[in-house]
Design a protein around this ligand. Sequence first.
Ligand SMILES: Cc1cc2nc3c(=O)[nH]c(=O)nc-3n(C[C@H](O)[C@H](O)[C@H](O)COP(=O)(O)OP(=O)(O)OC[C@H]3O[C@@H](n4cnc5c(N)ncnc54)[C@H](O)[C@@H]3O)c2cc1C
Ligand code: FES
Ligand code: FES
Length: 479
Amino acid sequence: MADSIRFILNGKLVEVAGLPPTTTLLQYLREQARLTGTKEGCAEGDCGACTVAVGKLVKGKVEFQSMNACILFLPTLDGREVVTVEHLKAATGAPTPVQLAMVKCHGSQCGFCTPGFVMALSTMVNNKKNASDDDIQDAIAGNLCRCTGYRPIVDAARMANETTDRALPSHPKELASIQHNRLMTYDVPGGKYFSPASVEDLAMVLSVYPDATILGGGTDVGLWVTKFHMELPVIVYTGNVEELHKIRDTRVLLEIGAAATYTEAFDALAAFDPSMEDLLKRFSSLHIRNAGTVGGNIANGSPIGDGPPPLIALGAKVVLRSKSGARMVELEDFFIAYKKQDRKPGEFVEKLVIPKRPDNVLFRVYKLSKRFDQDISAVCGAFALTIEDDEIVAARIAFGGMAGTPHRAHKAERALVGRVWNEEAVEKAMAALDDDYQPMTDARASAEYRRTTARNLLKRFYIETTDPSVKTRLYRYAE
Ligand SMILES: Cc1cc2nc3c(=O)[nH]c(=O)nc-3n(C[C@H](O)[C@H](O)[C@H](O)COP(=O)(O)OP(=O)(O)OC[C@H]3O[C@@H](n4cnc5c(N)ncnc54)[C@H](O)[C@@H]3O)c2cc1C
Ligand code: FES
Ligand code: FES
């Protein structure tokens, strides 16, 4: 059976059949729908020129999020609403407050980035009353402008923020008419695409196609197509499996479904520690966090992913499921070698289980990258020490960017256990870190930089947790 893809585009129902499943929304908008207001800059989720608003029906209302059209595969839009820059003035026939503010504040010069900024800010204004400066910066952290400069754009955002006319045009009735809760199959000459609606159907499809590409938010997989021109003959999308979006927060543990996006999981994860919130805010951009999943960040096995170091330090476990049942492995054991994970054909990541942090566990995570926002880590270090009667009784230290997989610093941990958390202990552990890792030099950082900063991050952890006069710097953009 070959379904078509149905979504609401700028207020109208569109039905797509015959295009390969890896066609991006951006390609469709520009080449098929001839909506060329949405631009292509990088085609890898980095510049924001392709920003659109993607809406989902929630309790009869359309909830919009900003996303990068360049790495969204078209079939994932089935049952969604898409608003592009062309549609903004639909409600009144006149430019919106965001568009007017961009003109008044001189927020556009060559104009190439402008539709992306306008869409990012329109989504922000639509979703949030009285957005703060931090909200504004967050909303546009995934949008680059090479000629205007950001001050006039931020001024425009502040001005638009003061209006009461906030809404993106939405079409809940039309959207309701295309909702379904079944396994969707899209089978065309360019490839097969399955979108199950239940964990059972997901397991069933993967038992038939054990080597299929599992697709979460596509913020990695999208680039395999747009940058590496890979062909993906069978794709299985997890985004419509409601159970995989569940977040269960109890007194003793936090469970996060693999298809929960970083935006969905943000608050629950940030609650572990302010440094975790800082990390999450610097995890790519809002547009990427709105699509990218926690499960995808683990399953991709990247040595520089930001999720694994803090989750390993916190003692997280990963639940893997297939048609024949589920098993649970320690997250650190899931990463076997560079790009080799403990996942059998037909298995998928179902959820993560993270123990809650007791009060006697000191914890911090720090990310170092060349750019503050929207950049992958050069080094990411996470530290958890359990202290009883002034003695360190357990230590979990995990780094990303220091080896072919994210993994623990067992020697440094051993140097700490049984000691008092003092200068001598931290010096011993810093020295031991040199034996734990033999980092590489690559485009992000030299081996020496990585070695030095890993030691220094441990020192920073020590200073922040022992000297009450040193305040942990909470994430704040420049005033
Ligand atoms: C511009 C940009 C900036 C980025 N910045 C960061 C950053 O700051 N920090 C960071 O850590 N990452 C970053 N990333 C990488 C990426 O966004 C994250 O790794 C994200 O969490 C991946 O999730 P996804 O759902 O998009 O994965 P996808 O692209 O859908 O999948 C990634 C991999 O996981 C597999 N997979 C997905 N879900 C499952 C599942 N349930 N079971 C088994 N396998 C599965 C896929 O088959 C694929 O191999 C960035 C990416 C881009 C494009
Ligand atoms: S074209 Fe650059 S983010 Fe999409
Ligand atoms: S106005 Fe030219 S890139 Fe922003």
